[in-house]
Each structure stands twice: as C-alpha cells, then as structure tokens.
Write a protein that binds this ligand. Structure first.
Ligand code: C2O
Ligand code: CU
Ligand code: CU
Length: 534
C-alpha cells in the first residue's frame, strides 16, 4: 500500500487516507434548552483574583535535535494577580502551567490564533457548563472566549486541552496541552516536595518526518485503534532525562497521549509510591509494582532516591504486555508490523517495552522528607447514597454498525441528549460502563480494545470492577495496576470488564460531555452529552 501525505494547515501531515465512515441514523429526544450561553464577554460583576490571557497560536519549538518542529501551543500572561499563577515553558509545545488555590476566582481570556475553530476544556474541573469547553462553544481564529469560574476542586493535577468536535485528536497532537495544578491547605500541611523537587511529567508519543515535522495517522487503522506515535516524548522532548539528587521528589504524571496505554514501572523494580490520582490526594499511600496508565489519567507519585549514589541511573519504563486489542484489531496490529502497509516502521506496538525517561543521580545530599501514612481526609464512598443503587444506568462501549465506536450504539450529537442521559441536580447515581458483550453482531465481536472513559464536570469514585472472563490476557496484564481508591475523572475500561462508578451531580445544571478519551475514538463520535436538570 502506498504511503502518502497531505498537508494540514501547512504543517501537520497525515499519512494515508482516513477511513470512510458512515453515520448512524438515530432518534433522539432533544434536551430542553439550558441556560448556559457562550461567554464571549467578560462579566463586569465577576471580580477575579487572577486574570490570565491565554492564546493558542502557531510556534516553532525543539522536540528533537536538529530542525525545530512547527506546532500549535498555548501561551499565557497574567494580567491580574500573582505572577506565580502561570508559568510558560520556553521552546516547548506544552502550554503554560497554571498554579492556583482552591477558592481562587479565575478569569481566563482565551484567544484563538490558529487556523481552525477551537475551544478550551479544563479537564477534571467542576465548573459551570458554559465554562467547560463544550464543542458547541468553539470560536474561530481572531475570536475570544472568556472563562470565569471559582476553583472548587481539591488540590490536584488537572490539565486543559482543546475540545472541538472531530478535531480534538489532531489539535492536541499539534501541541495544544497545558497543566492546571491546584493546591489547598490540607495539602500544604503535608510539606510535600515542592519547588524544583515537584516535577510534572507529561507522557506523549509522536511521529516525525525526516525534517522533524509532526506526522499524524500512520495508517487507515489508526482511526480505529487510535493513533500511536513512533517516539515517546516527555515534557515536550524526545529522550527526556532529569538530573536529580539522592533525595525524595514528587512526580506528577499525566498520560497526555492520544491513545497509548502504558504499564509504568521503575527499571530497578522498586514499587511505585502513589499519593494521588486524577482528583487529588488519596487517603493513604498505595504501593504498586506497576501502574496501568490510560490516556488522560494522572498519578501523583513520591520517588525516593535517597538510597542511590551519584552516577546511578534509574529509568521510568513501560513494561511489555500483549496487545490489548482483540479480533480484527489484532490483525490491524499485525498490519503495523508491515503486513498491511509495507512500511518497515519502528513504530512501537501497544505493549512494546518503552523507556519513558531516565533519571541521572547527580549529588548525594541529606534527605529529610518523611511521608505521613495518613495523607488526606478522604470520605469513603457509600454506594447506598445512590438513587439507583440496584439499577445502575448502563453504558455499553463498543463497535457499532458501520465500523464506528459507539456508546449504547450511538455517536455524538452536538445539541441532544437521549432520555437515558438526563439526571437530576443534587442526586448521586451509579453508572455502569461495559466493554464487550454490548457490541452488535459481527462487528462487536470483531474488535475489542480498552477505552479510557472520561466524564466531565465531576470527580467520581470507582465502586467496582468486574471481569467476565472473556479476555484473560488483557485482564491479567493490567489488573494489578489500577488505583481505584481515590477521586477519578478518567479510568481505563478493559475489554470484558464492567466498571461501576458513583457520581454526584451538584452545583450546576446544564449539558456536559462523557466520552472515550482515546482521542481518535472521541473524534469519531464515541462521545455523548448528559444533562443535569433542576
Ligand atoms: Cu480531557 Cu472531554 O476531555
Ligand atoms: Cu474533561
Ligand atoms: Cu475508545
């Protein structure tokens, strides 16, 4: 098969033609119009503690040695409030790092200076529906969207990225990703490693052409399985390494990859010490031999190098695992090896062993950090609070007709919600997500793979994961790497499993998204609205 490229806005190249996809006809009950309007102007009654101007724009940055790479990136400027609220990263496509406190009132004036419609979504934050970056609010080049909200979430590692329908994958891939770090009083009391000892780590994968320019979509199958890049890029650089001393660090990990799943471990076999997940600190620390790390998830880890000596090298790696894609997807996997597109690619398969980053121990220093065993006050969830404990809302994720990934056999509808997607304000519910067994006929059984499920607007708790015995390989590969004790906004739904989550709908009414965070699946329509009604 021929490998050809087309230009996307002069720089982001696609190789191979995308799949031709047909849309499903569907009947929907349309939602009552909610009161959330696009916020194109600042509200003069809102007085922010921090005001930031955030711009998405083209840039040229170093990712590999040699030529710079054309990217799109967010950059920002503090107009009001502490200058420490925002840090731009020089010569990097990763966007600025926000640092705010619970209770801060924020105004962000977002300006679109790229050649496509876009909108910013604050991943993991509990904010009003018209501040959440729903794709219906996209703005064109030259336009501004004004975000105004109070930070209500706990201390934690959140992030932001574009959310236009059918275009989130390529825009995030082009570079548009930023970090949003919240602190609070409970966290400050722990005296966790901070300043230079607290290091955000964003793990992504990218493919480049011979001139160091980004290439998106390696094969027609990439839309079905999700894009996998040839190189691991950490904090915007290939072959990322850190020079650290023999003491304790706090690493905040984000899987910012479009679709790649990692099985994280330390190369020397030391267990990983985890103190937090998507929605902040755990009640108690958890130690794991490896972490199952799906797209959009975060882990807050403590890395103790006090036993290391100068010259030692420790690596964060992704352990090898068998392909989690079954049925036709497995065949597609072989396609990647060259059978189907005749390219001798160095593309790592999903499951190949990978070096994520290297840590070089520099100096031997005194280490006086001691982690308390109780980290945060964390209320245990009580599933009995749910109004539908014995009758969870069910969402089947799988391949629908016409080779499209679907939720309950439906794809995204910009302004509609189905009857089964309406919930009431001030209620708690159990939602059950099922992967496998829900697919229709032949297609359903032809392809199964993990889906990183994400629900907007709320941090939830995972109350159970069950496995139906159909994909032993995948289940056994990943099952010991889940951390289901903390607050989550994203979780990896393996084939043959069902996951029940407990969520609360409070403070805001309106339409929010839930979707697969495999960005190619999301763009294909594996996304739906749910509506919180009074
Ligand atoms: Cu990080 Cu709807 O996404
Ligand atoms: Cu989100
Ligand atoms: Cu998916």
């Amino acid at each position: 098969m021929k490998n050809y490229k087309i230009n996307r806005k002069d720089f982001l190249k696609y190789s191979s033609a995308p799949f031709a996809l047909a849309f499903l006809p569907a009947t929907f009950i349309s939602a009552c119009e909610n009161n959330s309007k696009p916020n194109k102007k600042a509200d003069l009654d809102f007085s922010p503690d921090i005001e930031i101007e955030l711009t998405a724009q083209p840039a040229r940055v170093s990712i590999l040695p040699g030529s710079k790479t054309n990217v799109w990136k967010f950059s920002g400027e503090v107009i009001k409030g502490s200058k420490d609220s925002l840090k731009n990263l020089d010569d990097n496509y990763l966007g600025p790092v926000f640092r705010v406190k619970t209770g801060d009132r924020l105004r962000v004036r977002f300006k679109n200076e790229v050649d496509e419609a876009t909108i910013v979504h604050w991943h993991g934050l509990h904010i009003p529906a018209n501040m959440d970056g729903h794709p219906k609010y996209v703005i064109e080049k030259g336009e501004e969207y004004v975000y105004e909200f109070e930070v209500m979430d706990r201390a934690g590692f959140y992030w932001f990225h574009p959310h236009p329908h059918e275009n989130t994958g390529p825009q995030v891939y082009s570079g548009l990703t930023g970090l949003f770090i919240i602190s609070d009083n409970e966290e400050s009391k722990l005296n966790l490693p901070s300043g230079e000892d607290e290091i955000p780590i964003v793990i992504q994968d990218r493919t480049f052409d011979s001139d160091n320019q980004l290439v998106y979509m390696n094969s027609p199958m990439d839309r079905m399985t999700g894009f996998l890049g040839e190189h691991i890029v950490v904090n915007g650089k290939k072959n990322f390494s850190l020079d650290l001393d023999s003491k304790t660090y706090r690493l905040r990990l984000l899987n910012g990859s479009n679709s790649r799943v990692y099985k994280l471990a330390w190369s020397d076999g030391t267990p990983l010490t985890v103190i937090g997940t998507d929605g902040g600190l755990l009640g108690k620390l958890v130690q794991k031999d490896y972490l199952t790390f799906g797209p959009a998830e975060r882990f807050d880890i403590i890395a103790d190098f006090s036993k290391k000596t100068p010259g030692d090298i420790v690596k964060l790696i992704s352990l090898p695992f068998p392909s989690p894609i079954s049925g036709m997807g497995g065949m597609m996997g072989m396609g990647r090896m060259g059978m189907m597109h005749g390219r001798d690619s160095n593309l790592p398969e999903m499951g190949d062993e990978l070096n994520i980053l290297s840590i070089n121990i520099r100096n031997s220093v005194a280490n006086n950090f001691k982690l308390p065993s109780e980290i945060s006050s964390f209320e245990k969830s009580d599933p009995n609070d749910a109004i539908n404990y014995n009758n969870p809302r069910r969402f089947n994720l799988g391949m629908g007709g016409h080779m499209r990934w679907t939720i309950n056999n439906k794809t995204f509808e910009m302004n509609n919600v189905a009857k089964w997607e309406k919930v009431k304000l001030n209620t708690t519910e159990v939602w059950e997500f099922v992967n496998g067994g829900g697919g229709r006929g032949m297609m359903g059984s032809m392809m199964e793979m993990p889906h990183p499920v994400h629900i907007h607007n709320t941090q939830f708790k995972i109350i159970s994961r069950s496995y139906n015995g159909n994909s032993d390989n995948v289940w056994n590969t990943f099952k010991d790497g889940f951390i289901d004790d903390g607050w989550k906004d994203s979780f990896l739904l393996l084939p043959g499993t069902s996951v029940k989550v407990l969520l609360q709908f409070k403070d805001y009414t309106g339409m929010y998204l839930y979707h697969c965070h495999n960005l190619e699946h999301e763009d294909m329509g594996m996304m739906r609205n749910y509506l919180i009604e009074e």
